[in-house]
Design a protein around this ligand. Structure first.
Ligand SMILES: NC(=O)C1=CN([C@@H]2O[C@H](COP(=O)(O)OP(=O)(O)OC[C@H]3O[C@@H](n4cnc5c(N)ncnc54)[C@H](O)[C@@H]3O)[C@@H](O)[C@H]2O)C=CC1
Ligand SMILES: O=C(O)[C@@H]1CCC=N1
Length: 264
């Protein structure tokens, strides 16, 4: 697989690390306007770092675009005449619809929108995917690429904004929950390093329990909450303080913002 990542910033580099982590490419091009900071990636023999998007497109089959939304149209214009039937175009760009991409490069291209998160760098992203009409023929390829770096779900395009909030922004939400739990553990007497270790592995265990068992979170909660015990005491206090409500309201606020950004 010859992959180009156009726009090697926060997300693009996370994808690059995920691809390297999973041995997912025979060759990989990484592009950025100023390449100084990412030249190191060339220590991996199959990686070329360049600011030349056209070269990257010519030498690759799978093109993963990870630039800011305001830069995307100009970059598509720059490379559109180089696109051929070998190319699979994957956009991670928030709020940039398939129809807008087709307006620039036409509908006779395999176009896939992908919403991964930064955990792709360690091979554990939740990635949502949707395609244009022709792109349906390459959805299995896209799933194969992203399943090597986590878990995928194909969704309708009109759910892409919501998926961005839950999966991409979700990394920040879960980080804050882990940090808060860490702060609690420090208050109970663990040093900061141990506290984070306890918080993140417990979080990992909770998610793994649901993934492996397929059970509902409340079933697992019932197994932990001893009647009159400390767990239900703490959990109820958290709910009195608005734990579930604040998370739901935060998610809805993010969604309203992303919808507003799209309109704007
Ligand atoms: N950061 C995240 O967790 C996620 C971001 N996204 C989306 O991915 C896109 C990128 O986001 P970030 O990585 O956070 O942004 P970023 O600003 O860190 O990265 C964008 C990169 O594109 C490069 N760039 C700009 N113009 C270019 C050009 N003409 N040719 C080549 N490279 C160029 C910039 O130098 C920068 O390194 C955005 O559209 C964002 O909405 C989607 C999911 C998650
Ligand atoms: O915060 C943002 O707007 C972008 C989209 C998802 C992650 N970062």
């Amino acid at each position: 697989m010859k992959i180009a990542i156009i726009g090697a910033g926060n997300l693009g580099l996370a994808v690059a690390k995920g691809v390297l982590h999973s041995n997912g490419a025979t060759t990989m091009y990484l592009t950025k306007r100023n390449t100084t900071e990412i030249k190191d990636f060339e220590k991996y023999g199959n990686v070329t770092v360049t600011s030349d998007n056209q070269e990257a497109v010519k030498k690759s089959d799978v093109l993963i675009f990870a630039v800011q939304p305001g830069h995307f149209a100009a970059i598509l214009e720059q490379v559109k005449d180089l696109l051929t039937e070998k190319h699979v175009i994957i956009s991670t760009i928030t709020g940039f619809s398939i129809s807008k991409i087709e307006e620039i490069i036409g509908s006779e291209r395999y176009i896939i929108r992908s919403m991964p998160n930064t955990a792709i760098s360690v091979g554990n992203s939740m990635t949502c995917l949707c395609t244009n009409e022709l792109g349906k023929k390459r959805i299995d390829l896209a799933k194969a690429i992203f399943n090597r770096m986590g878990h995928t779900l194909e969704i309708p395009e009109d759910q892409m904004q919501a998926a961005t909030v839950i999966c991409a922004s979700g990394i920040a939400f879960w980080m804050r929950l882990i940090r808060a739990t860490t702060q609690g553990a420090i208050q109970l007497g663990f040093d900061a390093k141990e506290a984070q270790e306890l918080a993140m592995h417990t979080c990992n265990g909770a998610a793994s329990l649901l993934i492996e068992s397929g059970s509902h979170p409340e079933e697992e909660i019932d197994r932990v909450t001893t009647p009159k015990g400390c767990t239900i005491e703490g959990l109820n206090e958290m709910e009195h303080q608005g734990l579930s409500s604040s998370l739901i309201r935060g998610i809805v606020a993010s969604f309203e913002k992303i919808s507003h950004i799209k309109k704007g």
